[in-house]
Design a protein around this ligand. Structure first.
Ligand SMILES: *[C@@H]1O[C@H](CO)[C@@H](O)[C@H](O)[C@H]1NC(C)=O
Ligand SMILES: *[C@@H]1O[C@H](CO)[C@@H](O)[C@H](O)[C@H]1NC(C)=O
Ligand SMILES: *[C@@H]1O[C@H](CO)[C@@H](O)[C@H](O)[C@H]1NC(C)=O
Length: 298
């Protein structure tokens, strides 16, 4: 079967014409078949991908199907759910994360929805689920790759395997490399944000354990008492051997984000406390008034 990538407009048109071809019957009952396909996908309608559907806006096509392949019926629902996946795209775990996610959240507008291929799903899953795991998330059942078609059997969206990211990029700690631009998005995978200094680091199984100095200031805190804050211990899951240059300096203050998973606080992001920077101050203000949707990565 033809391999397609939703990103390319050109290929979208090819796909559209393929779909049309397959609908033209030899008996001449075009109208009947057309009516059938409208009935079968009767609730589906094409709609513009809005600008604030950040995950998929500008992906290469402008119209998407609603309901989408995740059975979201309303655009508001699509936006809310899709937003949770932006941080994963920014982790750059796979070149086609966005293509894969958008094939489900904002499928190309054809009379029949086209699913992502099983291989594309597996390739993104294998690259990104370790990153998700480091944050205490599991690859969700709604992206269970075994339910997507094989490209031998059915037309589906495949990946462009020519450009995978270098392995070295994946070997670094995903929690450590958050830049200023991603502080806010990162916040949405977290439950707390604090200002703290690191006292000690230890290796515990595959994890890195961080013991903080007692003076911890909460920047944003959903649920932790002051007493708990003072005794906070954080873990970099699967981070025992990953480099994290941010942690080399124990004199620095850091902005640290974390979320609770199975009684432990997993570090989700760390950024040097940059009092002088007005941009950093701006991010702090945004954190305090953040409007993250819950749940994330789901
Ligand atoms: C796939 O990769 C090739 C080689 O890098 C590139 O020329 C082509 O434009 C890519 N196709 C899409 C749809 O991204
Ligand atoms: C995915 O779905 C298949 C079949 O529906 C099921 O057997 C399998 O356990 C699922 N995998 C996961 C990880 O849930
Ligand atoms: C917050 O604390 C309450 C009471 O200890 C607990 O029931 C609830 O699950 C906590 N919420 C979160 C998000 O941890």
């Amino acid at each position: 079967m033809h391999a397609l990538l939703a990103r390319a407009m050109k290929e979208m048109f090819l796909l559209a014409s393929l779909a049309l071809l397959s609908r033209v019957p030899s008996t001449g009952s075009t109208d009947y078949e057309y009516v059938w396909s409208v009935l079968a996908y009767g609730q589906n309608r094409c709609t513009e991908i809005p600008k604030d559907l950040e995950l998929c806006y500008g992906i290469g096509y402008t119209q998407m199907l609603l309901p989408n392949l995740l059975e979201h019926e309303k655009m508001a629902e699509v936006k809310q759910q899709a937003g949770s996946w932006l941080p994963l795209v920014h982790r750059r775990c796979h070149a086609d994360t966005q293509v894969f996610l958008c094939s489900l959240f904002a499928p190309v507008c054809l009379d029949k929805p086209v699913h992502p291929c099983q291989k594309l799903c597996e390739s993104v899953r294998d690259a990104c689920s370790p990153i998700m795991e480091a944050f205490g998330f599991v690859w969700p059942e709604m992206f269970n790759c075994s339910k997507f078609p094989r490209e031998e059997n059915e037309m589906c969206i495949t990946n462009n395997q020519t450009k995978n990211f270098e392995v070295s990029e994946r070997m670094s700690c995903p929690q450590c490399d958050i830049g200023m631009d991603f502080i806010l998005q990162n916040m949405c995978t977290s439950e707390i944000a604090i200002k703290a200094k690191i006292k000690r680091m230890k290796t515990e199984n595959a994890d890195k354990k961080l013991i903080l100095q007692k003076r911890v200031t909460a920047i944003w805190n959903k649920n932790l008492s002051n007493r708990e804050l003072k005794k906070l211990v954080l873990y970099l899951k699967n981070g025992a051997y990953c480099p994290c240059p941010q942690l080399d300096n124990m004199k620095n203050h850091y902005l640290i984000m974390a979320r609770k998973v199975d009684q432990r606080y997993l570090l989700t992001g760390i950024h040097q406390w940059d009092e002088e920077s007005s941009e950093f101050q701006k991010r702090l203000d945004q954190i305090k008034t953040n409007k993250c949707s819950e749940p994330v990565f789901k």
